[in-house]
Design a protein around this ligand. Sequence first.
Ligand code: 5GP
Ligand code: ZN
Length: 111
Amino acid sequence: MDCIFCKIIAGEIPSTKVYEDDMVLAFRDINPAAPEHIVIVPKNHMESANDITEENIKYVTAIWQVIPKIAKELGFAENGYRVINNCGEDGGQTVPHLHFHLLGGRKFTDF
Ligand code: 5GP
Ligand code: ZN
């Protein structure tokens, strides 16, 4: 499958991993929008939030269990952070593998 994030999960494209378990991989964004910018992906391919089902919602649950863990480990949980999911063209999604942006280390004032 020609999917950048599937290739990162498979180790075919290198990434700076910050967390990994059997369902979730988190790695540093190559083009960070904040001092801390982590991309969190399910290890099974689904294109976007539109493809979340009763069967695969467990991957999203697993991701949300991991988000505060990463924020605590990287030391910005107390100050706070922002989590973003871009869905589809109007949402600004550029990589068609469901992912959440975890952004921290600065104050977000827009939106
Ligand atoms: P989207 O715009 O789809 O919500 O977010 C995709 C994100 O993936 C972007 O922030 C982009 O910088 C990041 N990204 C794209 N390709 C790579 C890559 O090969 N490695 C890493 N670490 N991040 C990537
Ligand atoms: Zn994929």
